[in-house]
Design a protein around this ligand. Structure first.
Ligand SMILES: NC(=O)c1ccc[n+]([C@@H]2O[C@H](COP(=O)([O-])OP(=O)(O)OC[C@H]3O[C@@H](n4cnc5c(N)ncnc54)[C@H](OP(=O)(O)O)[C@@H]3O)[C@@H](O)[C@H]2O)c1
Length: 257
């Protein structure tokens, strides 16, 4: 049986994507740390949409977790034909004062787990010439981000990596896409200890809801878009980030952050 595997499906953008895939009658494998939430969501979606939903509680910031997850899906014969690498977190503060363990775990989750799961599930998709990968980056992937240096760099990896993959698989039927949202109303900012009220711009005004972002991402992914940027302000920001002199971008981001 074929499944859509979504990491970070217990809340935020990942949960909203899970609801959309469920409503399209796709079987799901939901991954996150919070077992209680995953169990509840799985039962509700399975019941409502008459689909198979399995959940796998895991902390993907631990090096062995992604490997164990892949092993578990193979052992159970769950074929992953769509992979949504959504789980991720940020951390706010100057890098020289940062908690190295937290920074390490962030890279392990945002980059290494994403890379590992992609490498694990992609060969079968290529062999069958169907399915695909949706990786969640950010508008942060386009620019360096003072005071969130490591987070922005991790999202630049995801953006670059996914675009290159899409080019490598250009002559297949696979969909390879990268989602680059601007600010989204989720728990992300709390976890990153990022105080929105102190920002230079009224960021909250531009915030999208997780359900809006997920709906846009799903629709664009189905159309075969590679770089998916939800919302006009974020599209404009991404455009400017690529067109403005880097010196100006760095000055602006230092003020903004
Ligand atoms: N919110 C924004 O403004 C924004 C903007 C651009 C990009 N993004 C990106 O969007 C993605 C989703 O974030 P979100 O905004 O929806 O944030 P969120 O509400 O905090 O959701 C994050 C999800 O990832 C899971 N997760 C966190 N750490 C994990 C770990 N170590 N192992 C496994 N799962 C883990 C969380 O579940 P558990 O806590 O249960 O593990 C949760 O399901 C992230 O990659 C983020 O970088 C967010």
């Amino acid at each position: 049986m074929q499944y859509v595997l979504i990491t970070g499906a217990s809340t935020g953008i990942g949960l909203e994507l899970a609801k959309i895939y469920a409503s399209e009658a796709k079987n799901l494998i939901l991954v996150a740390r919070n077992e209680e939430k995953l169990k509840k969501i799985s039962m509700e979606l399975a019941e409502q949409y008459k689909i198979q939903v399995h959940y796998y509680p895991a902390d993907l910031s631990k090096p062995e977790s992604a490997k164990k997850l892949v092993h578990w899906t193979r052992e159970n014969g769950y074929e992953v034909d769509t992979l949504v690498n959504n789980a991720g977190f940020g951390s706010y503060g100057e890098f020289h004062k940062a908690d190295l363990k937290n920074e390490w775990e962030m890279l392990q989750l945002n980059v290494m787990a994403l890379m590992y799961l992609t490498r694990a599930y992609l060969p079968r998709m290529v062999f069958q010439n169907k399915g695909g990968v949706l990786n969640v980056s950010s508008i942060a992937g386009f620019i360096p981000g003072p005071r969130m240096a490591n987070y922005y760099a991790s999202k630049a990896y995801v953006l670059s990596f996914t675009q290159a993959l899409a080019s490598e698989l250009n002559n297949t039927k696979l969909k390879i896409a990268v989602l680059c949202p601007g600010p989204v109303r989720t728990n992300f900012f709390n976890r990153a200890k990022f105080n929105l009220s102190k920002r230079l711009l009224p960021t909250e005004k531009f915030m999208m809801s997780a359900s809006e972002v997920a709906r846009y991402a799903y629709d664009e992914y189905q159309k075969g878009e590679v770089i998916i940027i939800p919302g006009k302000p974020t599209k404009v920001s991404a455009f400017l980030a690529r067109k403005m002199p880097m010196k100006f971008v760095n000055w602006f981001m230092t003020k903004f952050q």
